[in-house]
Design a protein around this ligand. Structure first.
Ligand SMILES: [Zn+2]
Length: 493
């Protein structure tokens, strides 16, 4: 039996069918989990050889939106995320630094966890470190060996892709005519190098290794995720997600490993997030447009603006990350926060208007419809912004009543259960990261606009909003001087 989440709003009830785009079928399909009411989900976490960059966080924010959305629809979500704390790059870098793998990766794991908190990413139910699951990986390799899917060469164990007929089904790679027995030892390679890949790698001189029943060595990257996913989630998962660049070889190899071992479908829905572009170029170290969250924070960008920007573009669309789009996100968040504070603080006339309640119900429905459609966050956001605009207009005209605040606030809460940007704790978060929260300098026109907004707030006696704007300006080095006649002057610190 499938779960049929129901959305009730006022007197209308609509059933929203959740649909996700499945990379395996290439289709957008109704989402029905294996066990009603429960979603078992695996997330490829970071390889902790460096600070995660904003492109990585695009995927992590998408995965957070996914889990929050499923939870909001009443599903119990069991999410596993791995931390790849051993791979080619980590081995090289820790050796170069002359420290153990554990010591080398600890700092980046810590930083990654701090960054997640700054972006309001909910913790998955299980966070699994590769180096703490070596036994599980060895056991899985032994299962594959028992079924004839492996061979060894010079102390390493390889997966024989010719033995697995489904190889290539996710990435649609054509393996016909591939040379049998050709091998690849690297953890990361491209489609042109599709070969038998290493499950277990014999140690090179001076390298860290584990002594195991299949010999000394260390695991290949792909066996990590397969072993940990099977351990915590069982043979068949509902959702496996990651960045689109993981489709091949990583996810293709995970399928080959797990399905060969269990004889069952590994994953029912494969969800992949598109690339993040920086000024229209693919993010990479070689292009020099590599940005960590910390770099952005120390340039005055707020965690909430970054989260909002990353969440606002539907995950299967490329996202172009620019300073302008980040500024736009910051003012969107500000607009919503000011709106909620107006809803809470302003004294509206008694009564209620059915038109507003109806407007709120419609916004909630559209918000939900957007997310149900393969997490179309842009559509969901448009519904909320339309409501904000209409409610503000009604307030300005004196048509908004005291009883109207509750249904509108409810929509804002529904929105924030997924987007998580309304709570104004950016400064605290930056402080926790040891970064001082001085934003980029505002232009005179921007200051004038904020001052006018504050004056309007004071006029309608919304002192919470007026104080917030004053604080916002103070954070950016602008001081206000209120005069007796109700006017205001500003100056820079
Ligand atoms: Zn993975």
């Amino acid at each position: 039996m499938s779960a049929q989440p129901t959305l009730s709003s006022g007197n209308r009830t609509t059933k929203t069918q959740i649909r996700f785009h499945n990379t395996m079928s290439g289709q957008t399909e109704p989402f029905v989990p294996l066990v009603a009411g429960e979603v078992r989900s695996y997330t490829c976490g970071p390889t902790v050889y460096d600070f995660a960059h904003i492109g990585n966080f695009r995927t992590f924010v998408f995965q957070d939106i996914l889990r929050r959305y499923l939870k909001s629809k009443g599903f119990r979500v069991i999410q596993v995320m791995n931390l790849t704390d051993v791979d080619d790059r980590i081995i090289q870098k820790s050796a170069a630094a002359g420290v153990s793998i554990r010591e080398y990766t600890e700092k980046y794991i810590q930083a990654y966890m701090d960054d997640r908190r700054a972006l309001n990413l909910e913790p998955p139910e299980y966070i699994a470190r590769a180096t703490e699951h070596i036994d599980d990986m060895v056991a899985l390799i032994q299962r594959l060996t028992a079924k004839g899917f492996t061979y060894t060469s010079e102390g390493s164990t390889y997966y024989r892709i010719a033995k697995f007929p489904g190889y290539g089904k996710l990435s649609k790679i054509d393996v016909a005519g591939m040379q049998t027995g050709a091998r690849v030892d690297m953890d990361r390679y491209d489609k042109d190098n599709a070969r038998d890949f290493a499950l277990w790698k014999a140690p090179k001189p001076g390298e860290h290794f584990w002594e195991t029943p299949i010999g000394p060595g260390r695991p290949g990257w792909h066996i990590e995720c397969a072993a940990m996913a099977l351990k915590y989630l069982g043979d068949t998962l509902d959702i496996h997600s990651g960045g689109v660049d993981l489709t091949f070889p990583h996810h293709e190899n995970e399928i080959a490993e797990s399905e060969a071992a269990t004889g069952k479908t590994f994953v029912r829905y494969w969800l992949h997030a598109e690339h993040l572009l920086v000024d229209h170029e693919k993010m990479s170290k070689s292009v020099g447009n590599f940005a960590t969250l910390r770099e952005l924070f120390s340039h005055g960008h707020k965690p909430s603006s970054i989260r909002f920007l990353l969440a606002s573009v539907p995950y299967r669309r490329q996202l172009n990350f620019t300073p302008e789009s980040l500024q736009g996100a910051a003012s969107s968040v500000e607009r919503m926060r000011n709106f909620v504070s107006r809803l809470r603080a302003e004294k509206f006339p008694e009564g209620s208007s059915p038109a507003i309640a109806d407007r709120a119900a419609k916004a909630k429905e559209e918000f939900d419809r957007g997310l149900a459609d393969d997490l179309n966050t842009a559509q969901a956001l448009a519904a909320v912004f339309d409501l904000v605009r209409d409610a503000n207009t009604a307030m300005d005209r004196g048509e908004f009543r005291r009883g109207d605040a509750a249904p509108v606030l409810e929509v804002m809460e529904t929105f924030d259960a997924i987007f998580a940007v309304l709570h104004d704790d950016d400064a605290e978060k930056l402080k926790a990261l040891g970064i001082s929260a001085s934003g980029p300098t505002l232009s005179d026109a921007e200051v004038d606009a904020l001052v006018a907004e504050r004056q309007a707030a004071r006029k309608r006696r919304d002192f919470a909003a007026s104080d917030r704007i004053r604080d916002q300006l103070a954070e950016r080095g602008v001081i206000l001087e209120d005069s007796r006649d109700g006017g205001v002057r500003w100056k820079r610190k």
